[in-house]
Design a protein. Structure first.
Length: 281
């Protein structure tokens, strides 16, 4: 076997191993989700009471605008459809597409986003267990469930039997779309990618309220949880993958050190160039 063939086989093996690791992460997260759903399955009365308390708190501080905002679009089918589409297609498909793109092109940004999603998701799951909250659409308060009543796509992407109905606070729809948006802006790609990154969390924040799936405070809490996850991700993601560093290998006394570069993971496959002639991102 030639060196080229051996290198190609090693590369394929490394990719298969990485795929297996990532698949394991996803399966583990799914099992955890099902466990949390089981813990909150029988807490409907508590979740509804918590939802009514949250709505009362919003009224007390003057930010209970969910019902008024939803009523503005209910008579305009195009607006309802737009809100539903953002809520349905602007979340999981956007997350999957962004992760795949970053994994293939910017490995460090992929790791940073993946870790932030896992950390913020774990925080959210703890809150869902400790403090289940029913969304506006499940309260006896006149809200309309636009996604369930006026669309069928959501049943394909996320069947009702798999949905935790009492996971309104925090809104990970908003929080995770914020992480996606920040990741897209951070890549410094073309103007279209950056524009999508900036608009995505804003559009999702509007959609979760207009569709009756979250309260205004849910969106704010989701952003706080997501940014907390991102801060933790910055701390735990290996420093070697965070910035380029030029160092020297330690060698015995009297022997000239051999230079090497520790580069960000998304630049790891590029040939080494001196700092004086290379512009790092």
């Amino acid at each position: 076997m030639s060196k080229v063939e051996a290198t190609m086989r090693a590369s394929v093996g490394d990719r298969l191993f990485e795929f297996a690791v990532q698949f394991g992460f996803i399966v583990g997260a799914a099992l955890l989700y099902f466990g949390v759903r089981g813990l909150t399955e029988g807490s409907e009365a508590i979740a509804v009471a918590n939802g009514l308390d949250l709505l009362a708190f919003e009224r007390a501080i003057g930010v209970a605008v969910e019902a008024e905002l939803q009523h503005l679009i209910l008579d305009h089918r195009w607006a309802v459809t737009a809100a539903n589409w953002v809520y349905i297609w602007g979340h999981w498909p956007a997350i999957a597409a962004t992760l795949v793109w970053l994994h293939r092109t910017r490995r460090f940004d992929y790791l940073l986003l993946r870790n932030a999603l896992f950390v913020s998701g774990a925080i959210g799951l703890v809150i869902f267990v400790m403090h289940p909250v029913a969304p506006p659409r499940l309260l006896p308060s006149g809200f309309t469930d636009t996604v369930t009543e006026l669309s069928a796509s959501y049943r394909v992407l996320q069947p009702p039997s798999l949905v935790n109905k009492y996971a309104a606070l925090p809104s990970l729809h908003v929080g995770w779309n914020l992480l996606i948006g920040l990741a897209l802006v951070r890549t410094r790609a073309n103007w279209l990618v950056r524009t999508v990154g900036m608009l995505s969390p804003l559009a999702m924040a509007a959609a979760v309220v207009l569709t009756g799936n979250h309260y205004l405070i849910d969106a704010l809490a989701g952003a706080v949880v997501a940014l907390t996850g991102l801060a933790v991700s910055y701390a735990v993601t290996p420093k070697l993958a965070m910035r380029p560093v030029v160092r020297h290998r330690l060698t015995p006394a009297g022997v000239a050190p051999a230079p090497f570069t520790a580069v960000r993971a998304d630049l790891a496959d590029r040939p080494y160039q001196p700092r004086s002639t290379h512009s790092w991102r």
